[in-house]
Design a protein around this ligand. Structure first.
Ligand SMILES: O=C(O)C(=O)C[C@]1(C(=O)O)C=C[C@@H](O)C=C1
Length: 266
């Protein structure tokens, strides 16, 4: 998230120099999405070091309220909330209820989004997708006992996916500003389908899916000296990564964009 905060700041600086609001462009936002792909692919590769480790997901683990992963995520989010993580509008907790307040000095993040953005958090859907659909597709079956490391890896994947998907708020804001006249009528009519077709760029989606598959091939190959490594053997299947984007990441980003736009004139 450091990169994107810096990008925000750069955008804010650009703004003060050319007097164009905060100077945010669709290309800047897309560049951030492209950079986040690297983090997502690497996080999946890290999680794939461990087998499924299903005891980490057993909802009736003695000593924890719920599964070990739930316990781990709740406790980590509490620490991170204290350290100010959720003061950043790009961050969304998975367990937002009863989080402790931030103890760090207030940082004034640029106010780019409409205030209604705060009420949008689709992490429940992301949680369900990640554990019930995605995980079994890219980790090997089995149990090696590394439950804490597994939970830490899961949390990393969840957080980077959540940040990417909720970035839809920023994408939608930029699109709205660029084409306000086109967006206003479907927003007033609360017409989801019309908004969905306005904000969809099929060619961009195709390029995203191809690029993430290529990143999975590049980052996930065995690097060896002296030969070309194991051709065709990757740490995470590139088809799973492009499927993740095509089936979930892009549709959920669009869902966030629509939810945001529906509230944009409130
Ligand atoms: O780049 C955009 O315009 C976005 O809205 C992001 C995104 C994506 O999730 O990658 C979503 C919808 C568009 O059809 C294309 C790409």
């Amino acid at each position: 998230q450091r990169t994107s905060v810096r990008e925000h700041k750069m955008a804010a600086t650009a703004a003060s120099s050319d007097n164009l609001n905060d100077g945010l462009t669709l290309q800047m936002v897309r560049d951030s999405l492209i950079r986040q792909e690297d983090t997502i692919v690497f996080s999946l590769i890290e999680r794939a070091r461990f087998p499924l480790n299903s005891p980490a997901y057993d909802p009736s683990t003695p000593g924890f309220c719920g599964s070990l992963v739930e316990f781990f995520v709740k406790k980590t989010e509490a620490v991170q909330a204290t350290a100010g993580r959720y003061e950043n509008p790009e961050e969304h907790p998975f367990f937002p209820d009863n989080l402790p307040p931030s103890l760090v000095p207030h940082f004034k993040y640029p106010e780019v989004l409409h205030p209604a953005a705060m009420s949008i958090n689709i992490n429940k859907v992301i949680w369900d997708m990640y554990f019930n659909k995605l995980l079994p597709l890219f980790v090997a079956p089995g149990d090696d006992g590394n439950y804490a490391s597994t939970a830490a890896s899961d949390l990393e994947c969840l957080q980077v996916l959540s940040r990417r998907i909720h970035y839809g708020k920023l994408v939608a804001e930029v699109k709205f500003r660029n084409e306000q006249k086109d967006y206003e009528p479907p927003i007033r009519a609360q017409d989801r389908d019309a908004l969905a077709s306005l904000l969809t760029f099929a060619d961009v989606e195709e390029a995203v899916k191809k690029r993430v598959a290529k990143k999975a091939m590049t980052f996930g190959q065995e690097v060896k000296l002296g030969d070309n490594g194991d051709k065709g053997k990757y740490k995470v299947d590139p088809a799973v990564v492009s499927g993740l984007y095509g089936d979930w990441v892009i549709p959920l980003t669009k869902e966030v964009e629509i939810e945001y736009l529906l509230r944009r004139l409130d």
